[in-house]
Design a protein around this ligand. Structure first.
Ligand code: SAM
Length: 293
């Protein structure tokens, strides 16, 4: 697990916030499944891969006015203790858990005392009770995390959702699509090498969102998806484009050092365009999982 640079998380925060405006329709569907007769029960929200807290703060801002009167108990989970220390400063009431995502089932069990895990309940009767499913007591959130996960992490997330009949809202997962305008004949080569780099060391890479959605469907959960692209434009977003494109090229060269000359020339051209008319549409997949049975 590699911790994210805090200055990169800060630089991307306004672009993430703008992209998540597209995620609000999916968030509203999650809220429908969270509201109901059990409004008085606290809702435990676990932000996985919370980093310095930018995503949890966005979810908190979006959820509170939509769930008036419902207590939100935040747990920020990340393997990087330094990031969580920063997150705690702006969300002092949140509990932090410095742990890998594979520990999510145990962490959820610890914080949901009295919740009956579905697989421990009295089987068929509970699973096939008539009427709409009960409002969830558990919401798992994340933003910009699934690409760095391994299959075992996704298993832990889906297992937790099904065991605790929870909701999961997983936003801003990169896909393999980040088309640039104007196009360039070298784009496909660069994009392919970057995709390969994302999938290094068993990571899910740009398939992360799709892999999680498929695993949740296999587990019998309802799954809905949406898009939340970054719309990057030169010269307005030149500083961000410079960092974004330079880091992609660092990854490309790390993946295939023989591409260095072509990648460096591509970057020089693209950085010049970032000062004028370059546009990059970085596509993201959002996934909502409803595992209430
Ligand atoms: C790109 S950052 C996103 C941070 C935050 N969600 C945001 O939007 O600002 C990804 C975070 O996931 C954490 N992470 C990655 N793999 C992890 C794992 N297997 N277990 C726990 N945390 C992990 C990293 O430490 C990092 O803080």
């Amino acid at each position: 697990m590699t911790a994210a640079d805090h200055d990169w998380l800060d630089l991307r925060a306004p672009f993430d916030d703008a992209a998540r405006e597209h995620s609000l329709a999916l968030l509203d569907q999650a809220v429908e499944a969270l509201a109901g007769t059990a409004e008085a029960e606290p809702l435990t929200v676990i932000d996985i891969g919370a980093g310095t807290g930018n995503s949890a703060r966005w979810f908190d801002r979006a959820l509170r006015p939509r769930l008036p009167g419902r207590e939100l108990r935040w747990i920020l989970l990340d393997a990087d203790a330094a990031s969580l220390r920063v997150a705690s400063r702006s969300m002092p009431d949140a509990t932090t858990a410095t742990a890998p995502i594979t520990e999510l089932p145990a962490i959820a069990a610890e914080h949901l005392p009295g919740a009956t895990a579905a697989h421990e309940s009295d089987g068929a009767a509970a699973e096939h009770a008539p009427g709409p499913p009960a409002p969830a007591r558990l919401l798992i959130t994340c933003s910009a995390v699934l690409d760095v996960l391994a299959p075992a992490d996704v298993e832990a997330v889906v297992d937790t959702l099904t065991r605790f009949s929870g909701l999961g809202l997983f936003l801003l997962s990169i896909t393999e699509h980040w088309p640039l305008d104007p196009p360039d004949r070298r784009d496909a080569l660069i994009e392919h090498a970057f995709s390969e780099h994302q999938a290094r060391e068993g990571r899910l890479g740009d398939a992360g969102g799709a892999v999680l959605a498929a695993a949740a469907r296999r587990a019998g959960a309802r799954v809905m998806t949406g898009d939340s692209p970054w719309d990057l434009q030169g010269p307005r977003d030149r500083e961000f484009l410079t960092r974004f494109l330079s880091e992609r090229i660092d990854a490309v060269i790390e993946e295939d050092p023989e591409l260095r000359p072509i990648a460096a020339a591509w970057l020089a051209d693209r950085l010049e365009q970032a000062g004028t008319d370059l546009r990059v549409a970085v596509e993201h997949l959002d996934v909502l999982v409803d595992a209430r049975g």
